[in-house]
Design a protein around this ligand. Sequence first.
Ligand code: ATP
Length: 255
Amino acid sequence: MSTLVTIQQLTKHIGTTEQRLLFEKVNASVDEGERIAVLGASGQGKSTLLRILSLLDVPDGGDILWQGTSYLDSDPRTWRMRMSYVAQQPIMLAGSVEDNLKTVHYLHRTPYDSNLAGRLLAGVGLEGLDIHKRASDLSGGEKQRIALIRSIMLRPKVLLLDEVTASLDRTNAKLVEQQLTEWSKQEGISLVWVTHDQDQARSFSTTTWFMGEQTLLERQPTSLFFAHPHSELARQYILRPAPEADKENTCPSSH
Ligand SMILES: Nc1ncnc2c1ncn2[C@@H]1O[C@H](COP(=O)(O)OP(=O)(O)OP(=O)(O)O)[C@@H](O)[C@H]1O
């Protein structure tokens, strides 16, 4: 499998008046078709890492390479077409659901495939959704799935997913997970997916990144990570009960 992304010695500080180290010496790579779960306690910088990978935030040190070329020497628009970020809080553009799905195609000058849109909507449990409905009227869980489909339809090589099932009930979260796994296998798309749901991580991912102690503390095949974590921090993390948000339906209005 070829390596798409190489992360070298990435460092990030946060804060305006007083800077504090968020993470440093992050080294990793993303191979074609690899499905990576990004785990770790709150505040370790998992979302920040994804945002840096999609060039929505800047690192203070280190480099990110796409097939050997630094992000500093790359066109951000081309970069984001290869690596698409799906935020935890979905942003809907003005207009209908269909407008939302089409707008990014206009922006990126790529053809819109309505059959694919239909298949993806059905795949995430939204087959009954009226695509002429105003996007702003959708429930949180519906918005999250539309944002996800919008990104998938651009056919990026890497999908950066930030807790994209956090607003969904168990059934729909599972559907989304299956759809993403299937899509990844069919199209050779890589997933870098931040989640707090360990069952989900075990189920979809081939590799686990564990963030802790202000760095990427572990990077292992997922089965090995859960069976034999190297660090005490990861051992404790695996043993802890799942957070409430991962166990409950946090969005009763989602379909
Ligand atoms: N632009 C920013 N300016 C200041 N602080 C920030 C900024 N972005 C993130 N932070 C802080 O950095 C820390 C890490 O945030 P981040 O969301 O990346 O962590 P996380 O591991 O994804 O957390 P969670 O699992 O809770 O989502 C937090 O303390 C957050 O408040």
